[in-house]
Design a protein around this ligand. Structure first.
Ligand code: HEM
Length: 103
């Protein structure tokens, strides 16, 4: 019985469930300051404004990446060639605000 309620619920809610917001390069570029810092990593856009000062304590300033496609920078920790830890990847998820709109 419960199973049928779940199925009906999913069918009714799916069309009205909020979809991921899509964000264009134009919009991303507007958020290029430390008071509003969005970065693109792979397919998603993250608002990392609140994380900037935390990252400062790791002795690396991420401000220059605000408003940019930071995929390579994030995956290589800039020039270091090392990748971020699993912990960093999990933390990043918390800041996701939408999907990047590829042309
Ligand atoms: C935007 C581009 C970014 C660059 C270029 C970058 C680069 C770096 C560098 C150079 C370090 C210190 C050196 C080291 O620990 O090996 C570091 C550490 C770290 N970063 Fe980033 N970072 C970026 C964004 C982020 C973001 C958005 C997050 C999470 C929301 C994050 C989370 C961390 C964490 C947790 C560490 C500690 C070491 C680790 O767990 O890998 N970083 N990052």
């Amino acid at each position: 019985m419960v199973k049928y309620f779940v199925i009906i619920g999913v069918c009714l809610l799916t069309p009205v469930w909020p979809k991921d917001k899509t964000i264009s390069m134009e919009e991303l570029k507007l958020h290029n300051t430390s008071t509003s810092c969005w970065i693109l990593i792979e397919k998603s856009v993250y608002d990392v404004t609140e994380y900037i000062t935390v990252h400062d304590s790791l002795r690396y300033d991420i401000r220059k990446w605000c408003g940019t496609d930071s995929t390579m920078a994030y995956s290589k920790k800039d020039q270091s060639g090392k990748s971020h830890s699993k912990k960093a990847d999990l933390l990043l998820r918390k800041y996701k605000i939408g999907l990047y709109q590829f042309d």
